[in-house]
Ligand binder design. Structure first.
Ligand code: UN1
Length: 479
């Protein structure tokens, strides 16, 4: 009999007639648990509880918020190994990656615990005599957070922590593929002393729970990370119901490798950026843009390195690449490998489904060479262990190729030239630029987000998170 996991609504755990199995993608015979599916009534109860709690939490002082957020950070750290294992088990990241992500979630709460003490306003003289003006930040109210499966604790943390720090109440709806870490986060927040209703967890589908959140009048703002199509739908729904909205969506991030790059470093950036976490990151480097003088050497060295990577059970030591998160993700990646071959790109290695010891969604890392900008494998986000190399004739051509995309999240360059790195930093149409670093893997205390089709609305993370999670109040005081 699998363990049952309930939603957390108005300070209570609430079950449901309808539940889904959370499966281990490394071994689909391993059922992690049965997770409650929120109904529209549950959504209503959670949002109403959040709205009620908002009356006191929105005016709670920094001391109380700091205490709660610090306790959450410590609560996550105390369960770091266990939750890292759970994360790897439900999502398919390797165990070290899972533990690293859990630590990051704790750091995010710790950072925003500090932000509760640093919230500042401004005081300005009026243009009229005997008037003073105060500009202060106030919470937005009730925030609905809709989070993806690929960072099942870091992203719930980086939406929940700033929301709470700035005095909002939260209704979190994690993705159904991997709800276990969000459930654990709810346990930790409940134990950290957040007053009832301040934080609510609603597990469930986008079609039922997500839809009800978007429709609900009690939700003031929606923050979403996920696919472009869902993001676009959410933006239009939020326009219709007048909610503040923040979207983090896809990426098709370029990693440029120039002739003067350190080859070993460039290969490591590509392996990490394109294939770690099984390529299931919106910051993944799925377009490798390589200058002609280093082109063949880079492809040979990368293919050699990929041949040495162990694909297998995310929970086993020594595994580098875990499974895809579910059957549809595996199918999507394998379909794109077929598309790439049909489009005429050269499949250098990988792309095969692999049998593990147990039934799971395994695939070897796929590398395409001689790809061109018109190909679908270069234009569309694959979200799996597939990368395509394009040849650039020189630096300017490489920059043009890097920017030839609908997305603009992260852009990387490997070069030993300070001048070219600096020129790339200026020219890249992306929210984040990485020099001699993988395009994926970001700090928790600085803004995260992109341009063009990747992001919409204010940045996440760091002190800039206040842009989304607060609203300005301008007060005129006559004296
Ligand atoms: C990272 O690269 O460290 O969904 C974070 C994603 C991003 C997070 C990436 N929102 O992949």
């Amino acid at each position: 009999m699998s363990q049952l996991f309930d939603n957390y609504i108005a300070g209570e755990w609430r079950g449901s007639d309808h539940r889904i199995d959370n499966l281990n993608p490394s071994n689909t015979e391993d059922v992690i648990g049965r997770y409650a599916q929120a109904t529209p009534d549950d959504v209503d109860a959670a949002v109403n509880a959040a709205a009620e709690a908002s009356a006191t939490w929105s005016v709670s002082g920094p001391l109380q918020r700091h205490a709660v957020l610090s306790a959450v950070s410590q609560g996550i750290l105390a369960r770091k190994e266990e939750l890292g294992y759970l994360l790897a088990r439900e999502e398919g990241k390797t165990k070290p990656e899972g533990i690293g992500e859990v630590a990051r979630a704790a750091q995010v709460f710790d950072f925003f615990a500090g932000e509760t003490l640093r919230l500042a306003g401004e005081k300005l003289p009026s243009v009229r005599p005997d008037i003073e003006i105060d500009i202060t930040r106030e919470p937005v109210g009730v925030v609905g957070a809709i989070t993806p499966w690929n960072f099942p604790i870091a992203i719930p943390a980086w939406k929940t922590a700033p929301a709470l720090a700035f005095g909002n109440c939260v209704v979190l709806k994690p993705a159904n593929i991997a709800p276990g870490c969000a459930h654990a986060l709810a346990e930790i927040i409940a134990a950290a002393g957040a007053p009832k209703g301040v934080f609510n967890l609603l597990m469930g589908s986008g079609g039922v729970a997500g839809k009800a959140l978007l429709d609900h009048k009690g939700i003031n703002a929606i923050t979403f990370t996920g696919s472009v199509d869902t993001g676009r739908h959410i933006a239009s729904e939020c326009a219709r119901t007048m909610k503040k909205v923040q979207l983090e969506m896809g990426g098709k991030n370029p990693l440029v490798v120039l002739d003067d790059a350190d080859l070993d470093k460039a290969v490591e950036c590509a392996v990490n950026g394109a294939y770690f976490s099984t390529g299931q990151r919106c910051t993944a480097s799925s377009r490798l843009i390589v200058e002609q003088g280093i082109y063949d050497r880079f492809i040979d060295a990368l293919a050699m390195r990929l041949g040495g990577l162990v694909v297998g059970d995310a929970l086993k030591d020594g595994v580098h690449i875990g499974p895809l998160a579910d059957e549809s993700q595996l199918k999507k990646s394998r379909d794109y490998v077929e598309v790439g071959v049909k489009e005429g790109a050269r499949l250098v290695c990988g792309g095969e489904a692999v049998e593990g010891d147990a039934p799971g969604y395994y695939m070897t890392p796929a590398l395409f060479a001689d790809a061109t900008s018109e190909m679908r494998i270069v234009r569309e986000e694959i979200f799996g262990p597939v990368a395509s190399v394009m040849k650039a004739s020189d630096f300017n051509h490489a920059v043009a190729l890097a920017n030839d995309t609908e997305f603009g999240l992260s852009a990387g360059i490997c070069t030993t030239s300070l001048e070219k790195a600096t020129r790339f930093k200026r020219a890249a149409k992306a929210g984040m630029v990485m020099v001699n670093l993988p395009t994926a893997g970001v700090d928790f205390h600085v803004p995260f987000g992109g341009t063009k089709g990747s992001s919409y609305g204010p940045r996440e993370q760091g002190r800039y998170a206040a842009e989304f999670y607060t609203t300005m109040k301008t007060a005129y005081i006559g004296i």
